[in-house]
Design a protein around this ligand. Sequence first.
Ligand code: 5AD
Ligand code: SF4
Length: 479
Amino acid sequence: MKPVVINSPDQTKERKRLDKDNHFIDYVENNKFKDLGKDKKYYLYTYGCQENESDSEKIRGLMESMSFSKCDNLDETDVILMNTCAIRKNAEDKVFGELGRLKQLKRKKPELIVGLGGCMAQEESVVNKILTKYQNVDFVFGTHNLHNLPNLIARVMENKERVVDVLSYEGSVVENVPLVRESNIKAWIPIMYGCDEFCTYCIVPYTRGKERSRLPENIIKEATDLANQGYKEITLLGQNVNAYGKDFTDRTYDFADLLNDLAKINIPRIRFTTNNPKDFDDRQIEAVKNAKNIMNAIHLPVQSGSNKVLKKMNRKYSKESYIELVDKLYKAIPDVSITTDIIVAFPYEDDNDFNETLDLVKRCKFEGAFTFIFSKREGTPAAKYVDENITEEIAYQRLYKLNEVVNEGYKNGMMRFLNKTVKVLIEGRSKNQKNVLMGYTENNKLVNVLGDEKYIGQIVDVKITDAKTWSLDGEIVNE
Ligand code: 5AD
Ligand code: SF4
């Protein structure tokens, strides 16, 4: 079937930031589609970051507004949706692997509809590959027009068309998209979309458009509503939350202002991610320090401990300024847990650069890190960097070495809570042991405790009895 290409992705357009204004759109439900999914089911795959998890809650909201019901069994579903991630090649390989497996299902059930959205849909190479090699994909939708999903599904179902609708532009801020949240204890709140940093390795600025902040009044209302519904924790989301508000032209209001305003809401826990060291300023540190309900856990991606590599990455800060920020955080918030992201084997990283990264990890006393081998992303500047000195073997050796040091940090971060009593938000039952409950401390440490289901959704005092590398064990003390 010849595909109908309404809009197709163009990464070169994404690089441009011509339209400086923010465009705010209010989603309006189209009653025409209200019963489109009656007696039909959808199955949703979510890959990647919290931003995608948050988008998936909108996908659920949109599907359920058309009367589709969610299902967990691929054999029973009428529609399959994939919310994909493009950050590294292995994230994409996973999706293509799954699409390959779904070919069989589609052969058994030709009326099955498969849609692919998320960051991969924003890449030309991916869309071309899907159009030629994955005939089992019926429609492709991008990150910018997620709210248009009902129209697209209707087109595919009613006209039996194959459709591609992916916009490549600065993007807008769409409010009031219906959503179905995964949890009734913790909630994501996106505070901004997109990214203007253009770190040379990163595909995000090409898949999610320019940095654009939601209006504070909408964020504060959402947080207040969640608090009134009994939610215990909110996590503010953005690719660089520290730059929140810098794009406003009609007001001066930044991330510190937002933190100060949200701290006044009666919600026990506020988290935020992810941070960019270059924009984390003193007022933001003060806000975290002063608010009891802003948690002492900060994810502060450093990427490398070498100034030479940071420069090649276009990170816009130095090792020294990063360390200064970390020192300030420890001084202002002595109990803080700092975690980070690190990329090894970036082109031109030599042994000295890598050793500087190891030293920095020790110096900053990180209590955890996501560590990655550099992955070439087509269309980004670093994809053109050539460094034949870094073989796959060297890359894996560096990752292994780094993880050894990082794991020490994890362990130290856990050990400091041994025999202490900490507050744990109990989220549910542990996956592995039936009579064990799991939750997180204020510092974001995973804790397992014996206890009754009645504690789920509660913040309880827990005495820590054992500290492992990845988790703590404890006993509830406030019976
Ligand atoms: N290769 C490896 N890691 C990457 N990240 C982003 N882009 C790449 C890439 N091309 C990592 C960064 C970022 C995290 C979300 O993913 O460390 O902070
Ligand atoms: Fe990617 Fe850098 Fe933006 Fe983070 S700040 S999303 S690493 S470009």
